[in-house]
Design a protein around this ligand. Structure first.
Ligand code: 13P
Ligand code: SF4
Length: 309
């Protein structure tokens, strides 16, 4: 039996749903029941009637599922799959900020720990941040965190002046604008599709800015365009290629400290391997749980997001 068959058999026998983010390895995406961006994964987790949710993603995604589904077992193939963006805001720092700014509404990106969500007024993802910030009272003082790039982009789009947390994603923050300009010179007709976690230098060179799902949908909806330049984690190219088989999909790289041009993968997402997925289904571990009090508090801003989006 192939490992894929073994995984599917285990999932069926245990009534488990396998969810995967677009940044996972192609083979992990191919074996999953649900593939999506952060918002879709949270929405699908909230709706599932499976007994077990296996979240092939990073830790905060499994935590979000555990908060939304307190009576389900939430597993993650590798419990050490973290997120540099989530790590850029600790609950302690945010609590301190709130003490100093008691009137400020805290808008937290979904890429945060459950403890940070528990201190937030509303959670957003890159899919709904714009829509949700538009719905915030005009006279309210707002903090957006932890992604300063996404926050600055939303400020520009909404003409708000939200305070921005100083966090960021190491993957989206390191794309090379110089490499992107060279690609644009080579493919002048190809639209540049960028995730809003990218820096302003990359976003200013881009034609379409959106969540992983929005960028995938753009490729899907434009069969007449022969080439696209992709400025987000290249895992998303797998589904783009399936949606538009003839498209040339060019991934923007980064330049490492030794001057080497490299493929810009998120090493945390790539920790989800087929072997770890199989073993996690077999052993029903590692399980991700959230302290009941924290989960109860974090559920409020997550549910607010689901109803506003
Ligand atoms: P999406 O919400 O667009 O899936 O992004 C999640 C993420 O981690 C981007 O780096
Ligand atoms: Fe976190 Fe960045 Fe990886 Fe997304 S790409 S999971 S924000 S480290």
């Amino acid at each position: 039996m192939s490992i894929q068959e073994e995984i599917r058999q285990l999932a069926k026998a245990k009534n488990a749903v396998i969810m995967a983010h677009y940044y996972c390895e192609n083979e992990v995406q191919d074996v999953a029941d649900v593939i999506g961006d952060s918002l879709a994964l949270a929405q699908k987790a909230a709706q599932t009637d499976a007994d077990i949710i296996v979240m092939c993603g990073v830790h905060f995604m499994a935590e979000t599922a555990a908060i939304l589904c307190p009576n389900k077992k939430v597993l993650i193939p590798d419990a050490t799959a973290g997120c540099s963006l989530a790590d850029s805001c600790s609950a302690q720092e945010l609590a301190q900020f709130k003490q100093q700014h008691p009137q400020t509404l805290v808008i937290s990106y979904v890429n945060t720990s459950a403890d940070v969500k528990a201190l937030s007024d509303v959670v957003v993802t890159s899919s709904n941040a714009l829509k949700i910030v538009h719905q915030m009272p005009q006279d309210a003082e707002l903090l957006f965190g932890p992604d300063a790039n996404l926050g600055a982009y939303i400020n520009k789009q909404t003409h708000r002046q939200m305070m921005l947390w100083h966090g960021g994603c190491h993957v989206h923050g390191r794309f090379s604008a110089q490499q992107l300009m060279a690609i644009k010179a080579q493919y002048p007709q190809a639209p540049v599709l960028a995730h809003p976690e990218c820096g302003k230098d990359i976003l200013d060179l881009s034609d379409v800015i959106g969540s992983t799902q929005a960028l995938l949908s753009y490729v899907q909806q434009h069969p007449e365009i022969p080439a696209f330049v992709i400025a987000t984690e290249p895992g998303v190219i797998h589904k783009m290629q399936q949606a538009h088989p003839k498209a040339q999909l060019i991934a923007v790289p980064y330049v490492d400290e030794n001057g080497m041009v490299r493929c810009n993968q998120c090493e945390y997402m790539r920790q989800n391997t087929l072997v770890k997925l199989r073993d996690c289904l077999r052993n029903e571990a590692p399980q991700v749980t959230v302290d009941a009090d924290v989960a109860q508090k974090a559920l409020v801003p997550i549910q607010r997001m689901l109803s506003l989006s």
